[in-house]
Write a protein that binds this ligand. Sequence first.
Ligand code: KIV
Length: 266
Amino acid sequence: MTSDDRPITVPDLIAMKSAGRKISVLTAYDYTMARLVDAAGVEAILVGDSLGMVVQGHANTLPVTLKQMIYHGEMVARAVRRALVIVDMPFPSFHLGINKSVGNAARIVKRTGCQAVKLEGGGEQAPVIAAMVSAGIPVMGHVGLRPQSVHQLGGYRVQRDAQRLLADAKAVEQAGAFSIVLECTAAEIADRVTAELSIPTIGIGAGAGCDGQVLVLNDLLGLTPGHVPRHVKAAADLKGEIARAVTQYRDEVRAGTFPGKEQTFR
Ligand code: KIV
């Protein structure tokens, strides 16, 4: 990790694992939130395709397009001064053969100004990851629960196939990924993967043994309506705070007490 204010790099994150320092990552999808999150001091900001659910209101991440990821990635990268910015590759932008997939990753990096891309998948994605890395594009892997494969996995379930997870994580590392997200995996398996890889593991619902953690920002801030996954620990209740502020505004408008003298020009 950098001790000063210089931007965090891919080698910095790898060095944090060697130094035994935990890595904190959060998602962000727009300029305002990205500025706040960056200023508060996480090491990396992920423009996740979870925006399909938390920003766009879809039931899953599958409808998100490359154009939309670039649109949100641009806003976030414009806001961030220090954190490493990683943009998710949406379905199916990296399943289109090596040339097209590398082209799509390059488009994300060129258009947004982010420093890395993330893509879901294990051993089967190794050739694509290796081609992106040899084009100079840092890649974060993503194994365990892969939301883009929700239909194939039969739902958002905790992943417990230790052999498969370990093989996938190793294949992603060997392909040259600089880090790997482990989503919703049994903690003992995540611990083993973390011990056997030299790149940092970033867990979400994968226990405390990972080299770092990532959460969806809206979940952390208490903005998510309805069901919140078990792995989330909300650190604020912005849903409640927004309801309070909007109700107060509505009541003041109705009562004629807003705008007051201070908000009125003469
Ligand atoms: O899309 C996303 O936000 C993610 C994280 C939850 C890891 O992939």
